[in-house]
Design a protein. Structure first.
Length: 438
């Protein structure tokens, strides 16, 4: 996508192994604990999956190549492959439209996993993020396993059936994304009956993260029960009471932007942290440069929350399209009707507010809007973004520079640490600590 970059930026420099070793040493010197997943010792930094196409093989491979976890988002990856787009260009109204698009997307997923693996030089870990809410969820999981992925990470719904899907690949880490103790207890109970424990759990804070959020409705997003100071100790205490102390690493996600954040979260019991927005604005991110500019140039007043077509709250930048949509939302909801077919002919979501005429859910085509954002259309696209500040203000820098900042507190030349200037932070107020102590 980013045509100004060589295809293999990660390995083109040829010194990925040396950079990864230096980052490990830097991280240790900063007092951060490395963590283990499967048989790998990793930097405590995970790059979160970002769809549609924002984190493909390029970004995931660059992060893994430096010793972290790089995550490919599985949804509609054919968008990165002109031949697959050409193959599925004129399928509208044909009976096999969905089958052909799905097949193209599975082929694209296989290609992106292989691309990430090559770029990583065998270092770090490559994960695939799959939304439970997408209709091809099961096929995406199976393709990821067949393509040799290291970890499958599932959010946007409860992956209660993941243990069965992963049964023949016991070496592949299975990681749910959850937001509070209740969700953790539910998944653990169901998985235990199937003889499997999560290999790690992402605890994503819906107050701060980008994209779809793990709360029932927009009004719940600011609830203190999601604060890291509340959830992490609660989950740790639950693990202790279940005799699982130290067995399931926790990965904290949402609003994290500095070494101090990582130290604090490791102090609360997290093994690693996951960042989305900060990786979306790196040079290696697979989106168009204009996508990165929209995220990096946004101010706190530009960030907005709304209900997506998947029925979940979501957070994005109030771009012209989103502004217009939100102004017309109630009228569109009044007109909600079951549609004869999906706008894009492949029914990306199992349940879609627009296609299914559900007036309580969003009323737009999410694949079309996210696709336009991926291509850098700042007027028509939907640009997911977290509510936290970015480490380097509005600068687009490399994954290596971001990693050096996160694990070593080293700022790239020409960058000053961005000031709080109204952005939210992963650090919660005294109120959260009080709530945690109650
Ligand atoms: C552009 C964008 C797209 C995202 N898409 C997905 C997704 O497809 N699946 C998912 O589980 N999380 C998604 N997320 C959430 C990230 O993986 C990550 O957990 C979250 O953004 C962390 O918060 P941060 O952006 O404040 O670092 C997305 C986030 C962004 C910014």
């Amino acid at each position: 996508m980013d045509k100004s970059l060589p295809e293999d930026l990660g390995e083109a420099s040829g010194n990925g192994a040396a950079q990864a070793a230096a980052l490990q040493a830097l991280s240790r010197n900063s007092g951060l604990r490395p963590w283990r997943l499967g048989n790998k010792t990793l930097l405590p930094v995970v790059q979160g999956g970002m769809g549609v196409g924002i984190s493909a093989g390029g970004l995931a491979g660059a992060v893994a190549g430096l010793g972290g976890v790089g995550t490919i988002s599985s949804v509609d990856l054919r968008r990165h492959h002109p031949d697959l787009m050409a193959r599925t260009a004129n399928v509208a109204r044909q009976p096999d439209a969905r089958a052909r698009i799905d097949a193209a997307n599975l082929e694209a997923l296989d290609r992106e996993i292989k691309r990430a693996r090559t770029l990583s030089g065998g270092r770090g870990m490559i994960a695939v993020n799959i939304m439970r809410a997408v209709s091809e969820y099961e096929h995406y999981v199976r393709q990821s396993l067949a393509s040799g992925i290291d970890a499958v990470v599932v959010g946007a719904g409860l992956p209660l059936d993941l243990p069965e899907l992963g049964r023949d690949h016991p070496q592949v880490a299975l990681i749910p994304i959850l937001s509070d103790l209740r969700g953790v207890q539910l998944v653990m109970r169901k998985w235990e009956k199937k003889g499997r424990l999560p290999d790690a759990i992402v605890i994503e804070n819906p107050r701060l993260a980008g994209g779809h959020l793990g709360a029932a409705k927009v009004a719940d997003l600011q609830d203190h029960r999601f604060d890291f100071e509340v959830v992490l100790p609660e989950v740790m205490a639950f693990f202790r009471s279940a005799g699982l102390d130290g067995r399931i690493p926790l990965i904290a996600a949402g609003g994290i932007s500095s070494l101090d954040d990582i130290r604090r979260l490791q102090g609360l019991g997290a093994s690693a942290v996951q960042l989305g927005t900060a990786f979306a604005v790196t040079l290696e991110c697979d989106a168009h440069p204009e996508f990165k500019r929209v995220l990096a140039d946004a101010t706190p007043e530009d960030i907005v929350e709304f209900t997506s077509v998947a029925g979940l709250p979501a957070r994005a930048v109030r771009t012209p399209w989103l502004d217009k949509y939100l102004r017309n939302e109630s009228k569109l909801k009044e007109k909600a009707r079951v549609q004869p077919n999906c706008n894009m002919w492949f029914d990306c979501l199992s349940h879609c507010g627009l296609r299914d005429g559900n007036a309580n859910w969003g009323q737009f085509c999410i694949d079309k809007e996210l696709g336009q954002a991926l291509e850098g259309d700042r007027h028509e696209g939907l640009f997911f973004r977290g509510a936290g500040r970015l480490p380097f203000g509005n600068q687009i820098r490399s994954v290596h520079e971001l990693m050096q900042w996160l694990v070593g507190g080293i700022l790239p030349p020409g960058v000053r640490e961005s000031e709080q200037d109204g952005w939210q932070s992963a650090q919660r107020s005294e109120a959260a600590l009080e709530a945690a102590q109650e």
